[in-house]
Write a protein that binds this ligand. Structure first.
Ligand SMILES: *Cc1c(COP(=O)(O)O)cnc(C)c1O
Ligand code: SF4
Length: 479
């Protein structure tokens, strides 16, 4: 992992948005400045065409083969911005942005890798490969945290499949055209969506259903558009969802959030795409409606914040009145270094973004490759947190999104001779669980809640009995 100086701040660049745009963010469209440059045209790379990437010539035939093998099981897609502006090809294959986007051999377990490598080498038909890939995928815990059954909301007795409602205040909404991304992250816990694993797709075309559900649930204050990447949708489609939501004037709906990775994976979305100006004006309209508009932006590495285009996209998005909040998991091979996190949070604050969550890698897909033990993640969080001012300490974590809720690792403590891991819920299926400290036996290898044992000889964690009851009731409701 490259060591980054946490003291190095944004003065690494000297870009001034107003200067480039002739004095006004509002009056000049960035399109005029950038359309001369060909790089603003989106080119997607996948298994079918990645050998055309010029920089790929630096890789050996063996490395290319490994990408092909792993890419048959886990989704792979990247684009010209990621390839040209984010990956440091001099540092490949260890470059974190390369690892974030290109499949790596160790992302599959050895026996899975060997099986798939044999089929690809033998030139097996795509149906044989597909069958084996699906079998392997099902062994990778494709739907963690009870997403499939437990979080599905009901309206008039009918399940709403494009939504999830797990925590009282917030409904997740998965607009069907927004279920892909400008590039895929190799760690993504939503990977089953991208490989079309049947039964795992979220989809919703129904803005009316969302409005009806919100009317029936006055306890909901937040809607979070998520995916995939909802900002990959055309402005017109996005408007089809956002405008009815605004027009409904729901008093309980206070906050509209949109999750996105487009700021760093395709910043031209907000600058020079054919409908960039329309996206920006739509978001301005949402913010002007009196609802709080929050962009939940994903940045996994400080390098993603460095390109001028990314910084311009951030400023343009902020000019709509949106608040940009940032989140990322802590990941081995990508960002398991406190200095890197301190630098990333500082850069985000400098750019007017609000650090929000540090997550733990979820128990799905290539978790064995990315997971950082809970205790180590807490050390990284603590050391990074110590190095930023209060403005960066809006961030919470490290947090794991488990079936009962979002569990924060508060740290290691020793009491009466017993070393314990202290945790608490930041979000819970039952809101009453939130912010009650609880304790597990110290375990410096554990990477997930289910690997921990309750401390002090307790048979179960305090929430488990009630969680069992919730499982039983949900099994009853959906049978
Ligand atoms: C994280 C999450 C949310 C949002 O939680 P906040 O703490 O309010 O950001 C909502 N629903 C689900 C299922 C989540 O995992
Ligand atoms: S951008 Fe988000 S949803 Fe898309 S692959 Fe990356 S983590 Fe997953």
């Amino acid at each position: 992992m490259e060591a980054l100086d946490s003291g190095a701040r944004l003065n690494a660049y000297s870009f001034n948005y107003n200067e480039i745009l002739g004095g006004s963010i509002m009056s000049t469209s960035p399109k005029k400045i950038f359309t001369r440059i060909d790089s603003t045209r989106y080119t997607a790379y996948n298994l079918g065409n990645f050998r055309e990437i010029p920089q790929i010539a630096r890789l050996s035939e063996e490395q290319l083969f490994e990408i092909e093998v792993v890419g048959r099981v886990l989704p792979f897609k990247t684009n010209n911005f990621v390839v040209d502006k984010l990956i440091d090809w001099d540092k490949v294959p260890d470059d974190p942005m390369f690892v974030l986007t290109f499949p790596q051999r160790e992302m599959l377990l050895p026996h899975h890798y060997e099986e798939m490598a044999r089929l690809v080498k033998a030139g097996e038909s795509s149906s044989v490969i597909r069958e084996a890939a699906d079998r392997i995928r099902l062994e990778l815990n494709p739907h963690p945290a009870g997403q499939l059954d437990l979080n599905v909301p009901y309206l008039d007795g009918k399940p709403l499949h494009g939504m999830q409602h797990k925590y009282r205040e917030t409904v997740l909404f998965f607009p069907s055209p927004g279920q892909t991304c400008h590039a895929y992250c190799t760690f993504c816990f939503r990977w089953p969506q991208f490989v079309g694993l049947s039964g795992l797709k979220f989809a919703s075309r129904e803005a009316e259903q969302l409005v009806a559900y919100l009317k029936a649930h006055p306890e909901v204050t937040d809607v979070l558009f998520t995916g995939g990447d909802p900002l990959l949708m055309s402005a017109r489609r996005l408007a089809d969802y956002l405008e009815p939501l605004i027009a409904a004037e729901l008093p309980n709906l206070r906050h509209i959030r949109i999750g996105t990775k487009a700021l760093s994976y395709w910043p031209y979305r907000f600058l020079t795409d054919a409908d960039s100006d329309h996206i920006v004006s739509l978001l301005r309209k949402v913010a002007a409606s009196g609802k709080h508009l929050a962009i939940m932006a994903h940045f996994n590495h400080p390098r993603e914040l460095e390109p001028q285009e990314v910084q311009q996209a951030i400023q343009r998005l902020r000019s709509t009145g949106a608040v940009i909040r940032t989140q990322s998991p802590v990941l081995r091979h990508i960002n398991d270094d406190p200095a890197l996190w301190a630098r990333m949070w500082n850069m985000q604050v400098d750019l007017g973004c609000v650090p929000y969550y540090m997550f733990l890698a979820r128990d799905t897909g290539a978790q064995h490759y990315f997971a950082v033990p809970l205790v180590r993640a807490w050390e990284i969080f603590r050391e990074a947190y110590q190095r930023v001012s209060g403005l960066g300490r809006t961030v919470r974590g490290p947090s794991m999104s488990t079936c009962p809720g979002k569990v924060q690792v508060l740290g290691v403590a020793e009491t009466k001779g017993e070393k314990v891991i202290t945790m608490r819920f930041l979000q819970g299926r039952n809101p009453d669980w939130i912010h009650r400290p609880f304790f597990a036996e110290y375990d410096d290898k554990a990477t997930w809640l289910d690997e921990l044992k309750p401390a002090f000889g307790q048979p179960r964690f305090f929430f488990e009995e009630e969680l069992d009851r919730i499982y039983r009731e949900s099994a009853f409701a959906s049978s």
